[in-house]
Design a protein around this ligand. Structure first.
Ligand code: PMT
Length: 417
């Protein structure tokens, strides 16, 4: 494999170094990450520079170190927002109690914490501090909050500490950190879906009742758009067929806007012949008005009934096709999630289904989500995390399952021939 090929599929890593004695070990982390083909951009805090010079990091990373939000010359080359977008992963090692507290509080006091707020990349924090600090309740609750928001924490480990004590608080060794980083399910293989066409439905639909009223739901489109971005980053050509949402289209993704279930159905039919993978993430209205009033329905002092009819089932129209695409559905349920999801995968002949518990604090229009993914006789739990990270995990699983299925099909075709 050439260096170019290694670099193409290795993640860009933004390494944050904060002020702890373990900062000197981060030099080894840079070397190991680069050996694995990653480009590494080091961002140092003022505290880190008390322990080690930025020139040393510049040397091993072959990139100027960034350490100041207000550095005009650095910002003119790559702004901190560009940097936040460039990163496939933000790794902070060592992470001090101060840094962890700032991240938990959402502070943007320096370049590193600002980048953490501005990035959609997964964040991995490697704490290093004195054992008493590590067991402090404030640090403990900050770490818990970060985990809940989808930040991964590695270590700390037990051992000798710089202050002469022994206990938990020591930073994990560089080789262990680097091997854990590449094992994270959030790292996408940029070629896993190369050459494949993927269509993803996302967002809600709006079913008109009269010229100003419609039936809709709380879907924000965040889950579907995060899937589109993750699929694009895995090398696929992606089209989102989207209901009305206020989200930007992810870079490199085609977008077709629709309002109603009928429109979503007909746009999907136009694309269906050319697709390898279909993901039905939209919250498509199950019902639409039997007839739409041309004028505003007037208020009367009596009950009003609306006649509804089922809207077209987009997912089934895809999965029912002979030699159709690999089809993934979602099952949004408020109760008995697994039972209904299993019924849906069978009834709609899907290759995979993502069971999504929904409710006031789950699923719809939330930043965090969790899924139980069912395929064959397997169930994979994707625990609660941010939607962009969850989407990466799901896309990774879809890519693995898709490739496994295609290999099995090929083998069975060969044995028939
Ligand atoms: O958009 P967010 O705010 O980020 O929220 C994400 C989400 C909760 C909407 C998403 O994760 C999710 O669960 N999407 C599916 C919502 C849904 O309508 O589920 P369902 O169980 O009613 O439908 C089952 C499947 O059939 C879904 O794949 C759905 O897209 C599809 N369907 C449903 C009805 C219909 N007429 N046509 C369809 O294709």
């Amino acid at each position: 494999m050439s260096d170019q090929e290694i670099n193409d599929s290795s993640p860009n890593i933004l390494l944050g170094v904060t002020g702890g004695i373990a900062a000197y070990k981060s030099l080894e982390i840079v070397k190991l990450l680069r050996k694995n083909g990653s480009d590494v951009q080091v961002v140092m805090t003022k505290g880190a520079e008390e322990f080690i010079s930025s020139a040393t990091f510049q040397n091993v990373s072959s990139r100027p170190v960034r350490n100041n939000l207000w550095d005009e010359s650095a910002e003119s080359t790559m702004t901190h927002i560009d940097l936040a977008r460039w990163a496939d992963i933000v790794l902070i090692a060592p992470a001090t109690a101060h840094c962890i507290g700032s991240l938990a509080s959402g502070l943007a006091a320096d370049l590193l914490t600002t980048l953490c707020l501005a990035t959609e990349a997964p964040i991995i924090v490697v704490p290093a501090m004195n054992k008493v600090m590590w067991s402090n309740k404030a640090v403990e609750s900050n770490c818990k909050l970060l985990r809940k928001r989808g930040v991964s924490l590695l270590g700390p480990v037990y051992g000798d500490q710089a202050c002469g004590e022994i206990g938990y608080g020591r930073m994990m060794e560089p080789d262990e950190i680097v091997s854990q980083v590449y094992k994270q399910p959030i790292i996408l293989d940029k070629k896993a879906l190369a050459g494949l066409n993927i269509v993803i439905t996302a967002g809600p639909t709006r079913e008109p009742i009269d010229p100003i009223r419609y039936i809709t739901n709380r879907s924000s489109g965040k889950m579907g758009y995060s899937l589109a971005l993750a699929a694009r980053e895995s090398g696929a050509k992606v089209t989102i067929v989207s209901g009305p949402v206020s989200l930007e289209t992810p870079a490199g993704v085609n977008r077709v806007n629709v309002e109603t279930a009928e429109e979503m159905y007909s746009e999907v039919q136009k694309l269906i012949d050319d697709i390898d993978i279909f993901i039905g993430c939209a919250a498509v209205s199950d019902y639409q008005a039997k007839s739409t009033s041309l004028e505003k329905i007037k208020r009367k002092n009596s009950d009003l009934s609306l006649d509804l009819k089922p809207s077209p089932d987009i997912l089934t129209s895809v999965s029912a096709r002979d030699k159709g695409p690999f089809t993934i559905g979602f099952a949004a349920e408020t109760a008995d999630v697994m039972r209904y999801a299993k019924e849906k995968i069978a009834k709609k002949s899907l290759d995979m289904i993502a069971a999504n518990k929904v409710g006031p604090d789950h699923g719809f229009d939330q930043e965090l989500n969790s899924l139980s993914v069912i395929y064959g006789d397997k169930v994979v739990e994707l625990d609660q995390t941010s939607k962009p990270i969850l989407a990466k995990k799901l896309i990774k699983l879809i890519a693995e399952r898709y490739n496994e299925t295609r290999i099995n099909q090929q083998l069975s075709n060969d044995s028939i021939a």
